[in-house]
Ligand binder design. Structure first.
Ligand code: FES
Ligand SMILES: [Fe+2]
Length: 343
């Protein structure tokens, strides 16, 4: 290596990777089934029978606090003819009863009853338990994995050290929001992991930070973006994205955590959970400012992502160059995707 070697010029990913249905199928198997997926706050499953149901790139799963105290996870799919058992979201149940033909399952996954099934031949309940899903907790956050390639801690890389001083466990989960947009999940992720677009896409956000001091760095497992906030911005000036699809942004006195979940190659849901230190009525206005401010900023991102997706889908774009100063996060994310897909 010579000292005056020119820096490598990285190009954006092939737009076909954002469009083709077979790539999405491959991502579901190679990325979404093999990694830990952020579900929500563990505090939502404090009592026996409380559950949380989510979708992982098309596969429905749920976590439940069982009556024996264990936290268990299952595919949210009936063993009879494959109906969905529990609606997405949180709730509390006794037996888990399939809405289709009323088979019921215990919180251990065991089939309890298959009413009106008949005895000719009879069904053997032990043969038809719910399929288990892996569960792990980290600092008050719950994760699920269908077929994890690594432990959760391995996947998190250097994130635990990055957040060692953040009193995450002292925050209370207060609000949730799901927002959706018509673009591939990677287009939005490319957008999330750079601040380069802030002057163009978020004028009021731009005015509230010292953009010249914006920094983006890639670390094992995550991308970190920082910028000194000016007075009045609800953000604390640190935004994190974690492989493969979750984010954590710090507020004054709290944080938001989100999961970017593809439902189709051209459609994505983003599930937000908001956490705050001060849950008093007196602080309600400040909390609402952080929640609404977050959602207003991401809607500006969705608009540009939807237009970008259309250009990729139309074959109107061939890969352009990525900035070494501002798009290190994009390079890191795209490298991880390429690696996972064996490109
Ligand atoms: S599919 Fe669930 S009971 Fe038939
Ligand atoms: Fe943005």
């Amino acid at each position: 290596m010579t000292l005056d070697a020119p820096p490598v010029q990285y190009l954006n990913l092939d737009p076909g990777l954002y469009i083709r249905p077979e790539v999405f199928q491959q991502e579901r198997q190679a990325i979404f089934a093999r990694t830990w997926q952020f579900m929500g706050p563990v505090s939502a499953l404090a009592e026996a029978g409380q559950y949380m149901a989510i979708d992982i790139a098309g596969t429905p799963v749920f976590a439940i606090r069982a009556r024996d105290g264990a936290l268990r996870g299952f595919k949210n799919v009936c063993r009879h003819r494959g109906a969905k058992l529990l609606a997405d979201g949180s709730g509390k149940c006794g037996l888990i009863v399939c809405p289709y033909h009323k088979w019921s399952f215990a919180d251990t996954g065991r089939l309890v009853q298959a009413p009106w099934y008949g005895k000719d031949p009879a069904i053997i309940p032990e043969d038809w338990p719910l399929e288990e899903v892996h569960m792990a907790e980290w600092r008050g956050l719950l994760f699920a994995a269908l077929d994890p390639a690594t432990s959760l801690l391995e996947q998190l890389g250097d994130l635990p050290a990055e957040l060692a001083d953040e009193p995450m466990e002292t925050y209370t989960a207060t609000d949730q929001a799901t927002v959706t947009f018509d673009a591939n999940w990677k287009i939005y992720t490319d957008n999330f992991v750079e601040g380069y677009h802030i002057p163009g896409t978020h004028p009021s956000f731009y005015a509230a930070i010292d953009f010249e001091a914006f920094q983006t760095t890639a670390h094992p497992g995550f991308v970190k973006m920082t910028a000194p906030p000016k007075d009045g911005l609800f953000y604390r000036g640190k935004w994190l994205w974690m492989w493969p699809n979750w984010t954590l942004s710090l507020f004054d006195g709290g944080m938001n955590v989100s999961r970017i979940n593809p439902t189709r190659p051209d459609h994505t849901d983003q599930h937000y959970h908001f956490f705050f230190a001060n849950t008093s009525d007196a602080a309600a206005e400040a909390r609402a400012k952080s929640v609404n401010g977050t959602l207003a900023v991401v809607k500006e991102d969705y608009t540009v992502c939807v237009e970008t997706h259309r250009n990729y889908a139309a074959g109107a774009y061939s890969p352009g160059p990525l900035s070494g100063r501002h798009e290190k996060g994009v390079q890191y994310f795209q490298m991880r995707v390429a690696e996972a897909l064996g490109l």
